[in-house]
Design a protein around this ligand. Structure first.
Ligand code: CMP
Length: 144
């Protein structure tokens, strides 16, 4: 398959009704949705997802928040989708994200920044493996 990335709409994004808007941006660009599910992550799963931040002052709040409600976990596929996904999402702090990006359009708080996207090939592989079983990812062609 082509490059894949893990994109997750966090509980604040789901709560605010931003799911369709976010999916629309990736679809309209031409990316292929190969995995999607709604779940309330366990603390264990949330902790593993954010393992690289363990020990930071915001880590406990981050893990609690991610497991506080439903998230939409997705895998998107296509040319340079990791980098483009990060561009769509915008800077980590929504106050610094450009207008037109998801965080730039919808957020003001770094702890409530709506969405997560893998930042490298390595983290995309790890995150996809953490959140999805291989059988939950579809292999298909987009008809053009
Ligand atoms: P995300 O891209 O999911 O990756 C790590 C997350 O940690 C980040 O989005 C923010 O939601 C959160 N984060 C980063 N810095 C801070 C901070 N200073 N305070 C609270 N949360 C933070």
């Amino acid at each position: 398959p082509q490059e894949r990335t893990f994109i997750m709409i966090k509980p604040d994004g789901v709560h605010r009704g931003l799911v369709a808007d976010i999916i629309k941006r990736f679809e309209a660009k031409g990316y292929k949705l190969v995995g999607i599910k709604v779940l309330v992550p366990s603390k264990d799963l949330a902790g593993k997802h954010y393992a690289e931040h363990e020990g930071k002052p915001f880590y406990p709040g981050l893990v609690n928040f991610l497991s506080s409600g439903a998230v939409v976990a997705m895998v998107w596929e296509g040319k340079e989708v990791i980098k483009t996904g990060r561009t769509f999402i915008g800077a980590t702090n929504p106050l610094a994200s450009a207008p037109g990006t998801i965080r730039g359009d919808y957020g003001i708080d770094v702890g409530r920044n709506i969405i997560h996207g893998s930042d490298s090939v390595d983290s995309a592989q790890k995150e996809i493996a953490l959140w999805f079983k291989p059988a939950e990812l579809a292999e298909y062609e987009l008809i053009s």
